[in-house]
Write a new protein. Sequence first.
Length: 138
Amino acid sequence: MISTVMLRTSVILLLIGMTLGIVMGIRQDFALAPAHAHLNLVGFVVMFAAGLYYRLVPAAGEGVLAKVQATLLIVGAITFPLGIAAVLTWGPAGFEIFAIGGALIVFAAVALFAWIVFRTTAIRTVGIGRPAGLSLPI
Ligand code: HEM
């Protein structure tokens, strides 16, 4: 189930992001704060929210589009903060591509998510999330 993968991935990224925050605090070196922030916000907040949506509206998570969306978000949520950290540590030469590429992948994932949300928010759910026998042609 796509929501399971996203929810589990998001809490693992949160643990890594918080560990980075603790290390920054211990070392009193906050240079990697933007990488920490984006790992926590994209990797946990956005991914957990999307995972919850797919759990709430199972039909939204059943199509190929949702699998592509989840894959893009997972790849982007890792590549983007890593790219930011690499640029902050070693400079833009050679590493900028990971930050920019990661940002574009995350944008594509969120744009796809917006499309899925618009297509599925009208679905009537019974109780907590089971759509009334509906699956989407996506
Ligand atoms: C164990 C948990 C956490 C620790 C120890 C921690 C630690 C830190 C530290 C040391 C900074 C840098 C502060 C500075 O530049 O003066 C920071 C910045 C930040 N953190 Fe965390 N953090 C934690 C969890 C989180 C979570 C869960 C989120 C978001 C969901 C978050 C979002 C941010 C943001 C947005 C910034 C500002 C980044 C910037 O200024 O570029 N943090 N955090």
